[in-house]
Design a protein around this ligand. Sequence first.
Ligand code: S3P
Length: 170
Amino acid sequence: MRVYLIGFMGSGKSTAGKKLANKLGLNFFDLDDLIEQESKLSIRAYFDTYGEIKFRELENKILKKTFLLENVLISTGGGTPCFFDNIQEINQKGISVYLKADISLIMSRLKGETNQRPLIKGKSDDDLRNYLSDLLSERKKIYEKAHIITYAKSLNINKLSEQIKSFAKE
Ligand code: S3P
């Protein structure tokens, strides 16, 4: 089984992904971590040095490598499904789960992180809310192509793992 957790930054993909992987008996990988290992740079430093276009190319390359892995759960970056034909490939090669979070949850989680995250670097609270809600409404259309949609606020790992198992049997 190969499971991809997708969703906006701040929706809790890594935390949920680790628990879910554990429950399903899968090995956990975080795509951002794999990118950092390959490039030997932090995501932030990679963006600063090479810019977003190069980042998306590397992200696509590393995503493709994960299609060779078995028995894994991969937590993707917030933008991963939204570039190239990544969402179609994810859906072909694995079971995709969209961890859906609303703007207030996202805002509350990202507010204190405007220095660490490249896409929201240096934004004031007002700018941040506008930026995030525009980006979320754009990306939502892609996230919603996932096989399974689950809600970050009422996340139930046991239920979700059962849902994934029955999807895998179909
Ligand atoms: C990004 C989200 C980040 C990381 C990069 C770009 C995005 O991952 O890949 O900063 O485009 O939303 P997380 O969603 O894991 O924070």
